[in-house]
Design a protein. Structure first.
Length: 256
């Protein structure tokens, strides 16, 4: 009898314990917050500043060392259909990419096309440094070479002629009338031949975006160069003493 009562007491205690452990869900009734201003009143930790100072100084030393000289500003709005800054960029890409492409494939590069929005800064007159290259090309974009057939090149040319932006080109000359109607196209000094394929250097950003941003509707092949656009710019700066680029006749809009 005592054992039965003991078992009943244990059972009752266990049930009470289980009910007391039942999870309850709380309800959110209020959220409080306050603004913490980030200003000069907040002092940096000297230990952290001292630790990174040598690295920061070295980076600034590398970025600000003079690599070349610009005798005049290179701008993005100094021409009607092409600009000195855009021409400088595409000429650099052509010069630096052509030997890499030739070495890997045995083929000749035909022309270069970039997008106007991809050139993010001008270069002012005076000393030119690696920092300028980062300002002009802050993105981690690589140079690639796409193979296009004549029909795809025709579509690309149509896009360039109808665009209201000055998309940089090199190795190709486009002439349009006053209404942007196509007059003529020369590639490497020869009339455009729609029956052959062409090799075009550009940014991997434009290849990945393709038709969605107006470039490269159809591609036969893509050759990676493993060469950052920014590095091509820096390499060119190191090779030359004085930068040269002008608004020229690579893209002409006639008055009639």
């Amino acid at each position: 009898m005592i054992d039965l009562k003991f078992k009943q007491i244990v059972t009752l205690i266990t049930i009470c314990f289980l009910f007391s452990c039942k999870n309850t869900t709380g309800e959110l009734t209020e959220i409080q917050g306050k603004q913490l201003p980030i200003d000069a009143s907040i002092k940096g930790a000297d230990s952290i500043s001292d630790f990174i100072s040598p690295y920061r100084n070295r980076i600034n030393e590398v970025l600000d060392s003079t690599l070349a000289y610009a005798p005049k500003p290179f701008l993005l709005d100094d021409g009607k259909r092409n600009t000195s800054m855009g021409n400088l960029m595409t000429d650099i890409v052509f010069e630096e990419t052509a030997p890499i492409f030739k070495g890997r494939t045995g083929k000749e590069l035909d022309f270069v096309v970039l997008n106007y929005g991809g050139v993010r800064s001008i270069i002012s007159a005076g000393n030119v440094s690696a920092r300028n290259a980062y300002e002009v090309m802050p993105f981690e974009n690589y140079i690639v070479v796409v193979e296009l057939d004549g029909s795809a090149v025709r579509k690309l040319i149509d896009f360039l002629t109808k665009s209201t932006q000055r998309h940089p080109i090199s190795g190709i000359q486009i002439v349009v009338d006053k209404n942007s109607g196509l007059e003529s196209v020369d590639i490497q000094g020869k009339p455009f031949d729609e029956t052959r394929n062409y090799y075009v250097a550009t940014s991997d950003y434009l290849v990945q975006g393709g038709p969605s941003i107006g470039f490269f509707d159809e591609m036969i092949s893509v050759t990676d160069t493993d060469y950052l656009l920014r590095n091509a710019i820096i390499d060119h700066f190191r090779k030359v003493d004085t930068l040269k680029a002008v608004v020229d006749d690579r893209f002409i809009q006639l008055d009639k």
